[in-house]
Ligand binder design. Sequence first.
Ligand code: ZN
Length: 277
Amino acid sequence: MPELPEVETTLRGLSPHLGGQKIKQVVIRNPQLRWPIPQNLPEILPGLRIHKLERRAKYLLLDCGSGTLILHLGMSGSLRILPAHTPAEKHDHFDLLLANGTLMRLRDPRRFGAVLWHQNQTENSSDIAQHPLLASLGPEPLLPAFDADYLYRATRKRSAAIKQVIMDSHVVVGVGNIYASESLFHAAIRPQLAANKLSLPRCAKLVQTIRDTLTASIAQGGSTLRDFTGSDGKPGYFQQSYFAYGRSGEPCRNCGTTIKQIVQGQRSTFYCPRCQK
Ligand SMILES: [Zn+2]
């Protein structure tokens, strides 16, 4: 599943191709994604210019001046840059064709992704942040608003397990299952610990390991950027070596103790019972 690092890598891969370009044509082959693709996009978008591309949580936002095109990759989506007239394949549900001949194509076999349009209420000023999908989201994990003081305050009234709290997008966005397990391992925090038991120094440590884990993954994704312009049909997601995630029964890379697997909120959690307290 595309997580924040994959979406950030997608953003960086797409930006040079889409930024500043004018939209020529929209093709919707199958509108039935997580929500239906608006049927009027082929009338709204042509002629608009993509001013900039941004990411908020796992949403890609294409600011087109009068409004914003919102893209989400869902469980299996990928976006690629292709030459115009590249024949569409089975799961290629949505195309954005640019005036310069570039084609951006959404492939999404499981169709949990999204293509939505937000029309700004006032001219020349984007109010995309007020969109219902974005308005209640917590801070971005890589921006300064997510710091030790913030996490400490956000966890005081939460007796739920810290792993589930950092995966709550109202607390902080983009910390998926893999990154939660890995960040907690590197912060030496047991995933089951009640969030409100975390001291301020441990909050600071966790903020840092969340940032480091995501940043490392984004850096690794940089080497897969070529996939976004390839035509081999493979999305540019990347595997990496983990310390806890997926290592149930294997020795901890720090101390050799067997990594344990438990289930929290229907998701698998991996941790070292010796290193993480
Ligand atoms: Zn260990």
